[in-house]
Design a protein around this ligand. Structure first.
Ligand SMILES: NC(=O)c1ccc[n+]([C@@H]2O[C@H](COP(=O)([O-])OP(=O)(O)OC[C@H]3O[C@@H](n4cnc5c(N)ncnc54)[C@H](OP(=O)(O)O)[C@@H]3O)[C@@H](O)[C@H]2O)c1
Length: 266
């Protein structure tokens, strides 16, 4: 299926690894130009090596918790490629919470996942005069109980509310806004959760992996490419009638109340 993305430009925040990197890679395969934003030079260096020499990819170092981070990332995209047809708001920082989150944990997540996403959208909208598509990445913590992560649940739910707000506000400008909700996904954080579970419950790594995989009705984590495929579809005109939607990619976790929660995640 030709998604019609060649000659289009996308910004992927947090695109240096995990779901963001898989999305950037898929967009490049589809012929699009991609600007990847991340906080650290180290992760940018690693992603540059992972993607190899590619004329249609650019990188910008921007801390999206900072008030100017969103405008910096968008300006770098337009400066480099001269256009912007869509954004994947995906950047997040993962922590394994042992206690109830303190104020700094709430603030950090609020600044990155809510104010950060909002700032990128505000900076990008003015460049989308021919229409466009935003995909905001949330997480299943928004839809189920997480004993030590009320901040993660609340901020991810707020991402969905933010998307719906902008979907309504921007519909007459042919700008669509959707949310993708990952469940357990095989990124770095999956490995860290297994290590944490193993320590916490005194399990060997194979048993900890099984305990985590057993929380997913389909019995395994999603591959980041499976998230990327959903995201790229929502960026493309193949989903031209979809806006304000929340698309869950979680192996069935939220619809099975008996799928037990284990360990922490965001
Ligand atoms: N993986 C899962 O199981 C899972 C589950 C539920 C929801 N999610 C959601 O899916 C999205 C992607 O998750 P992931 O696991 O693929 O992410 P990840 O591997 O942890 O990568 C996070 C990305 O965000 C960047 N980043 C972090 N803080 C930043 C900041 N202040 N400014 C700019 N960039 C920043 C990182 O770059 P630097 O290292 O350079 O900062 C990196 O590129 C997130 O929104 C996450 O909440 C994931």
């Amino acid at each position: 299926m030709d998604l019609g993305l060649s000659r289009r430009t996308y910004l992927v925040t947090g695109g240096t690894r995990g779901i963001g990197l898989a999305t950037a890679r898929l967009l490049l395969e589809e012929g699009a130009s991609v600007m990847i934003a991340a906080r650290t030079a180290e992760s940018i260096e690693k992603a540059t090596a992972d993607l190899g020499e590619h004329p249609q990819v650019g990188f910008v170092q921007a801390d999206l918790r900072h008030p100017d981070g969103g405008s910096t990332a968008v300006a770098a995209t337009v400066d480099r490629f001269g256009a912007l047809e869509g954004v994947v708001n995906n950047a997040a920082a993962f922590s394994i919470d042992r206690d109830h989150p303190d104020r700094a944990a709430w603030t950090g997540l609020f600044e990155l996942k809510l104010l950060g996403y909002e700032a990128v959208m505000q900076a990008a909208i003015g460049h989308m005069n021919g229409g466009g598509s935003f995909v905001n990445i949330s997480g299943i913590a928004s839809m189920r109980y997480h004993p030590r992560s009320p901040h993660v649940s609340a901020m991810n739910a707020a991402v969905q509310a933010l998307s719906m707000h902008y979907a309504a506000q921007l519909s007459t400008r042919r700008i669509r806004v959707n949310t993708v909700v990952p469940g357990v996904t095989a990124t770095d954080r999956y490995e860290r959760r297994i290590a944490h579970l193993s320590q916490q419950k005194g399990l060997d790594l194979a048993d900890a992996k099984k305990a985590l995989d057993d929380t997913v009705p389909l019995g395994r984590p999603a591959d980041p490419v499976e998230l990327a495929s959903t995201i790229v579809f929502l960026l493309s005109d193949r989903s031209a009638s979809t806006t304000g939607a929340t698309v869950v990619v979680d192996g069935g976790t939220v619809i099975f109340p008996e799928a037990a929660y284990v360990g922490s995640e965001s």
